[in-house]
Structure formats: structure tokens, C-alpha cells
Ligand binder design. Structure first.
Ligand code: HEM
Length: 549
């Protein structure tokens, strides 16, 4: 007996992973999985009293994994053991329309040379250059987030989608807050990645990108162009692919001393990452079917999380007057408005100056509001195929939470899939007290504790090899994995933090925003579950007024 007990303590036997009961053979759990994803998986985890269980989806085994102590080692497995390749091929083909080119290309090139360039999004010089450009352009444009121009011709792209009505006083305006913010952020971010000429030549690029994204899941399951409602997504996709192709060809022309065409007078502001991507495509004389959908996917990744996060963070902050004034007080020394003296009869809008370094290092509440918005609104999913069987043992803490007397070892079998619904964990009341409430301070830890800890976001280890100085703040992301993990972990996360903090500070300092109906109450617009960060289901109409110095 003693021997047995010792054995089981030192090396727990892998247990068969429980299959959630289902009624329709082969088809299995497809319907609840597709229609109620997150609530279905959260309920299933409760009913099996286990955070790891099997689903059957159209004849294949899907291991759903929720406990953080099991998730972390899975995300760190080598690409010879778990692989995202199948999923990437599928997305490239069904969503970005590569005609199978990525699947047919040399994997050493796709997952080696071309992929390596994406790591540079997370390193110097990209991060500092892109962040500095963001600050500069945001400072220039923030006072014209709403320009108070009556004429559509004089309005900016972001105003035209926001259905703006100017109040008779001429000092406040009503706008649809989500498209306003989403396009304002996107216009600046895209211009920084691709250069300004790309944006000028393709004024509808964001409209097309968001039209494509709105049909992401439908494209992924293979709905054809003639299926009702799908034509706009297919049309948007071919315009986008064409736009990216023209951009690449213009770069090639510049390098070869040919005339790139009249729309491309200055390509010196294209980011180093997009230049290097174009260089690697050119080095193998890649067909446009391969190179343009691939770079389109980078443009898409730039815009489908961060822009929405800026909107949601503002939505959460503005509806809590105490929090809003606390954050404004915290950032006040580092994001300042100054008045511009002029002799013109019309008063000029005040000028904003942002010290990004201080926002990053001296504004824990602002930063925590960003993390809390990620927890509530960025519910991503990691999907992997198991190419070699392996086992993972959960931690004693996770086992105890599921009421088990000892940790369990799970065996993930070759040929099955692993699905990690990060949002289920992010809303789990056992890890996050009162999970539905917006409470940025939940991420605060004492400074002593934080200096002992390795930053959770470092676990694809590319930052350690080269890159940014370690930032020690009294914040800890804890078990949250909103940026995924392993080789496909988000490459934009360092830039995203700088980008989001810059936009939040700029709007909070420059604008007063309240619900347009005058009630002072912010109603919840609901959420659309799509490819990434939630999109609000209903319009959020707000009244906006410039803040004075
Ligand atoms: C707050 C904002 C953001 C969130 C929550 C976010 C989240 C994610 C997630 C969950 C993934 C998939 C990770 C996985 O497979 O495990 C991803 C991938 C990626 N993201 Fe982000 N992202 C954000 C901002 C950005 C920005 C601003 C950029 C562009 C500079 C970017 C570029 C990418 C790229 C290129 C990938 C693909 C990585 C690869 O396949 O190697 N992301 N992101």
C-alpha cells in the first residue's frame, strides 16, 4: 500500500480524458460549439468537474483545455509535438484567399525565413520607431477626432463612418463612438506599418478590412461568394489583395530603379518590417497569390484587436467617473494640453504633448485599465494539432479548484486537436474575483513581489534574445494568455501596449465623452463574437466636447 501510494504521488498515471456526452454520432458537439462557444465550454467544464475534456466535432477529437497550469506547458511545446500549421493553411486559404499557395510553398521558407521577419514587429527598431510615430501623429490629429466640419468633403475618414451630427452651439457633436475610434486608430496604425502612400492610394482599406473580418468565421467554414450575404466579403478581399500586391510591386520597382507609378512618390516611411517582408518575397520570386494574402494577414492582425481594445477601454473608463478622474490625474503630468495663441478670430484647438515613456513606467492605473480591458474583451482561442502524443500534469492548485485530491496527468494523443478558449479562463470567478466587473486594480501586486517574477508575456522567449529592456512595474498579468503563446504568439504585443496607452491618454486628456441621450447612463451595447476582440453589437452614440486647457 505504502509503495503504491509513493508511486502515485511521484508519477501520476495519465488518465483518459473524459468525453462530454453527445447525442448525434460523428457530428457530435458541432452545434453548441459553433453557436454558444464560450458559455457551452464553461458549462461543460462545470458539468465534467474538470478543466480538460474531449469534444467530438465531425468525427475528430478536440481536447478542450482550460486550467492555466495545463495551458502554459501546452503553449510551450515544440512545433514537432503540436502544430498550428493546418489551422494557418486553412485561414490563409479560406479567409485570405491564397488559393492554397501557402500550403504548397516550402515550409522551411514559410515557417522559417518569412515568419522570422514577423518577430521583428516585437523588437527594436520597429517598436520604438512605430511608437514614436504613433505619438507624433496622435498629437497632431487628436483635436480633430471630431473636426466639427459640416461638410462630408472636409471630414476625415474616421468621421465619415461615425455619422456625426454637430449640435447647434457648434461646440459639441454626437457620434457613433465605436466606428469613430476603430477607424481613427486604424488609419494611424496602418499608415505607420505601410507608409502614407498606401493609405492615400487606398482610402477604403479599413472599410474593406473590417468587412472581411465581419465574415471571418463564415469564410473559415467555407461559405462561397454566392451564399447570401457573402459577396461583400469576397469583393473586399480581392480589393485588399490587389492593394497589398500594388504596394509590394511599388517597393520592388523602387529597388530596381524603375518608376513605381504616380501614387508612390515617397516610400521611405514604409516600416522596416513590411520592407523586409517584401524583400523575402522578392528573394524567392513569390507569386502574388502567396505574397499578398500573407502580408494582408499582417495588416489584419494589426487592426482587429488593438483598435477595439481602445474603444472598450474608453467605454469602461468613461462610465466610471471616479476611475476616469483617477486616471486623468495619474496621466496629467505626462499628457498635457497647451493653448496655441493666434490672431485668428476662431480659437485654435489646444495642442497635446505626450510623454510615452512616462505613460509606460509611471501610470500603473492606466496600464491596469488596459489589462482589465484585455481580460474582459479579448477572448482569443488557441488551436493546435497534436503531432506527437504527450502528457501534462496539472498543478496542485488547479486540481484543488476542481475538487480533486491530487493533480491529474492528461495524455494528449497524436491525431487529436487542442482548443484553448482563453476567454473561459478570463471569466472564471475562481481565478478572477467578481469576473464581470471592471476592476483594473486586480492586476496590482506589491513591487517586491513583481521584481521576483518573470513577466508572463515573455514566454516565447524572443524578447530575451534581443530587444526591449525589462520593465518592472507593480502589475502582473497573472494567468492571462490574451496574446496566445509559443511560436505563433502575438508579435505585436509590445507595440500594442504603447499604441493603446497613447490613444487612451490622448482621448482622455483631449475629450469629454458622455452618452448622447443625456441620461448619463452608459447602456451595454452587447458583444459580437468574431475572429478576435469583441465588436459591440449595437451602436454607442456619444456626445463629445473638446476639453479646454
Ligand atoms: C491588444 C491588442 C492585441 C491582441 C489582444 C492580440 C492578440 C493576438 C493573438 C491571440 C494572436 C494569436 C496567437 C496564437 O496563435 O497563439 C495574435 C497573433 C498575431 N498578432 Fe496580435 N494582438 C494584438 C495586437 C497586435 C498588433 C498591434 C499587431 C501588429 C503590429 C499584431 C500582430 C500579430 C501578428 C503578426 C500575429 C501572428 C503571429 C504569428 O503567427 O507568428 N497584434 N495576436
Amino acid at each position: 500500500g505504502f509503495q503504491n501510494k509513493r508511486q502515485s504521488l511521484s508519477k501520476p498515471e495519465p488518465k483518459e480524458i473524459a468525453v462530454l456526452p453527445y447525442w448525434i454520432p460523428w457530428f457530435g458537439h458541432v452545434i453548441p460549439f459553433a453557436t454558444r462557444f464560450q458559455s457551452f465550454l464553461a458549462d461543460a467544464s462545470k458539468s465534467t468537474k474538470d478543466g480538460v475534456f474531449h469534444l467530438i466535432l465531425a468525427g475528430t477529437v478536440h481536447n478542450i483545455v482550460i486550467p492555466p497550469s495545463v495551458v502554459k506547458p501546452i503553449l510551450l511545446q515544440k512545433s514537432t509535438i503540436i502544430s498550428s500549421n493546418d489551422f494557418i493553411f486553412r485561414v490563409m486559404e479560406s479567409v485570405f484567399g491564397d488559393q492554397g499557395s501557402v500550403r504548397k510553398a516550402d515550409p522551411a521558407f514559410i515557417f522559417g525565413t518569412a515568419h522570422q521577419v514577423l518577430y521583428k514587429l516585437n523588437r527594436e527598431p520597429f517598436v520604438s520607431n512605430a511608437a514614436a510615430s504613433t505619438v507624433r501623429v496622435v498629437q497632431e490629429r487628436i483635436s480633430n477626432l471630431v473636426s466639427f466640419s459640416h461638410s462630408w468633403v472636409d471630414q476625415s475618414n474616421w468621421e465619415r463612418v461615425a455619422n456625426i451630427t454637430i449640435d447647434p452651439s457648434g461646440t459639441s457633436a454626437v457620434a457613433s463612438f465605436f466606428p469613430l475610434i476603430r477607424y481613427f486608430v486604424g488609419d494611424i496604425a496602418c499608415g505607420i506599418l505601410t507608409g502614407q502612400d498606401f493609405m492615400t492610394n487606398n482610402p477604403n482599406v479599413l472599410l474593406d478590412l473590417f468587412t472581411l473580418d465581419a465574415s471571418f468565421n463564415k469564410l473559415l467554414v467555407g461559405l462561397p461568394w454566392w451564399f447570401p450575404g457573402m459577396a461583400p466579403a469576397y469583393a473586399a478581399r480581392s480589393r485588399l489583395a490587389q492593394a497589398v500586391r500594388e504596394h509590394q510591386e511599388a517597393l520592388y520597382a523602387v529597388w530596381e530603379d524603375r518608376d513605381p507609378g504616380s501614387g508612390w512618390s515617397d516610400m521611405s516611411d514604409v516600416s522596416n518590417v513590411m520592407v523586409e517582408r517584401a524583400q523575402v518575397w522578392r528573394s524567392i520570386r513569390a507569386e502574388p497569390d502567396l505574397s499578398s494574402p500573407s502580408d494582408l494577414s499582417v495588416l489584419w492582425a494589426l487592426n482587429i484587436n488593438a483598435n477595439q481594445i481602445v474603444f472598450w477601454a474608453l467605454w469602461h473608463i468613461f462610465q466610471d467617473p471616479t476611475l476616469c478622474s483617477e486616471i486623468r490625474a495619474e496621466i496629467a503630468p505626462h499628457a498635457t494640453l497647451s493653448s496655441i495663441h493666434s490672431d485668428l478670430p476662431i480659437k485654435e484647438a489646444p495642442k497635446l504633448t505626450i510623454n510615452l515613456d512616462a505613460l509606460l513606467h509611471k501610470c500603473p492605473l492606466l496600464k491596469a485599465a488596459y489589462l482589465e480591458t484585455l481580460r474582459l474583451e479579448a477572448h482569443s482561442t488557441s488551436y493546435k494539432a497534436v503531432t506527437e502524443s504527450f502528457t501534462v500534469t496539472e498543478s496542485a492548485e488547479d486540481a484543488a479548484l476542481d475538487g480533486k485530491s491530487q493533480p491529474q496527468t492528461y495524455k494528449f494523443k497524436k491525431g487529436s486537436y487542442i482548443c484553448i478558449p482563453h476567454g473561459v479562463h478570463q471569466m472564471d470567478g475562481r481565478y478572477w474575483k467578481d469576473p464581470k466587473s471592471f476592476n483594473p486594480r486586480r492586476f496590482f501586486v506589491s513591487v517586491d513581489k513583481s521584481t521576483d517574477k518573470k513577466d508572463e508575456s515573455d514566454d516565447d522567449d524572443d524578447d530575451k534574445k534581443e530587444g526591449l529592456p525589462a520593465e518592472r512595474t507593480a502589475l502582473d498579468m497573472g494567468t492571462m494568455k490574451v496574446f496566445g503563446g509559443g511560436q505563433t504568439m502575438c508579435k505585436g504585443r509590445n507595440f500594442a501596449e504603447r499604441e493603446v496607452l497613447t490613444f487612451l491618454a490622448a482621448v482622455l486628456v483631449s475629450w469629454d465623452v458622455e452618452p448622447a441621450d443625456g441620461t448619463g447612463r452608459w447602456t451595454d451595447p452587447g458583444r459580437l463574437w468574431g475572429s478576435a476582440t469583441f465588436v459591440p453589437r449595437r451602436d454607442v452614440r456619444v456626445r463629445m466636447k473638446r476639453r479646454e486647457v
